[in-house]
Design a protein around this ligand. Structure first.
Ligand code: SF4
Ligand code: SF4
Length: 371
């Protein structure tokens, strides 16, 4: 007996697949499944998070609908995966809230913070809000650096704590001894597999997103989004070091490292999310978990909004539009931070944890086989 209906169904499918094994070369899910004869809830959540949703095993399956076995591995694992995010979220009550109303909550949070900053500046000194400010410290005329650091530091810290707590719960439930994290070989292998999105390639031919013609588009959009996010994060880290170590205040010149990293990352975060949303809308309906549409789109939409407002701010920062644009951009960043632990962002972290475990399992199997 499993904890939920979808885990029961996942168990049924994995039992069918374990007898068939036709798809074992497609991705990591099938070899990991073959290492087991029975599946705990944690095992099934582990397999669900190993799946990259390439759709190949649905296209290749001789037991997919209308066959009476009704095998639809990508969709079943997608639902199980989404339910696992809610099951491991911290605090748990927030997860359901975001799953149902993710986009609305994100937009309300972004608008509220933008309105607060806008209202604060307008009441305090409207001339500052609509004035033209240039040179180091220009942004902090709208909102003092200390207030900005406290507000965004608290939101970021909250997101980090919530993410660590939920990953810890996942790690424990998939039955992983804590010591396995310290194995550098499995960690490096997982970093490589995650960095390349190795298992989104449908066994080498590409992702089956719309119909039976595989392409690498989804992988490309994922890469643009992931590396765009990483570059923007790096830009924020460098800017923080500039501020505290070198005493240099934002905004920085066009050619300076935080601006170059942020611009490249921002471009990735414009193209990647648009591509992912387009791919999502074209995805074959038989593969789609339509219950989680709000949660999926909220994170992608907030990434896009953050990048768009950041790039517009960069272009217009020496005009009178800087004050209102900065308020809108900060609102978007704040909403992105507080929704990180409950939106689609977590799929990358859970998948990475599952890949670490998979790499370790492969190592142990190879060790036992004397390779
Ligand atoms: S998805 Fe279908 S073809 Fe692939 S292993 Fe499972 S039952 Fe076999
Ligand atoms: S990664 Fe692709 S082939 Fe593997 S289980 Fe998921 S959808 Fe099927």
């Amino acid at each position: 007996m499993h904890g939920t209906r979808i885990l029961e169904e996942t168990d049924r499918l994995m039992t069918v697949c374990n007898s068939c094994r036709y798809c074992e070369g497609l991705c990591a899910v099938f070899p990991a499944m073959e290492m087991r004869r029975a599946f705990s809830d944690g095992d099934l959540n582990y397999l669900a998070n190993l799946c990259h949703g390439c759709g190949a095993c649905y296209v290749d399956c001789q037991f997919s609908p209308p066959h009476e076995f009704n095998v639809n591995v990508p969709k079943t694992l997608a639902i199980a995966r989404a339910e696992s995010y809610a099951a491991y979220a911290w605090p748990r009550a927030f997860a359901g809230l975001f799953a149902r109303n993710g986009l609305v909550i994100s937009l309300v949070a972004a608008t509220s913070v933008a309105a607060f900053i806008f209202g604060f500046a307008a009441v305090h000194d409207p001339a500052v809000l609509y004035g033209v400010h240039t040179g180091p410290g220009a942004f902090y005329r709208l909102m003092p650096h200390k207030a900005m650091a406290v507000l965004f530091g608290a939101a970021f810290l909250y997101a980090i704590v919530a993410l660590i707590m939920s990953m810890r719960a996942f790690w424990r439930d998939i039955g992983e001894p804590v010591g396995m994290t310290t194995n550098p070989k499995s960690l490096l292998q997982a970093i490589r597999d995650a960095g390349e999105l190795r298992y989104l390639d449908g066994g080498g031919v590409g992702c089956f997103n719309e119909g039976e013609k595989p392409t690498d588009r989804r992988r490309l959009y994922h890469h643009l989004t992931f590396y765009g996010f990483a570059l923007c994060f790096a830009a924020t880290c460098v800017a923080t070091l500039y501020h505290y170590l070198l005493g240099r205040e934002a905004p920085y010149p066009w050619w300076d490292l935080p601006v170059v990293l942020g611009t490249l990352g921002g471009i990735g975060l414009l193209i990647g999310p648009i591509g992912l949303l387009a791919a999502k809308s074209q995805r074959d309906p038989v593969l789609v978990d339509d219950q989680r549409y709000g949660m999926d789109t909220a994170f992608i939409a907030m990434l896009f909004l953050t990048a768009l407002t950041g790039l517009v701010l960069l272009v217009l920062r020496e005009t009178a539009a800087m004050g209102p644009l900065l308020a809108i951009h900060l609102g978007a960043v704040f909403a992105l931070f507080i929704t990180l632990p409950y939106g689609k962002f977590v799929h990358g972290l859970y998948r990475f944890v599952a890949l670490v475990r998979y790499a370790r399992e492969r190592q142990m199997m190879a060790g036992e086989a004397g390779e």
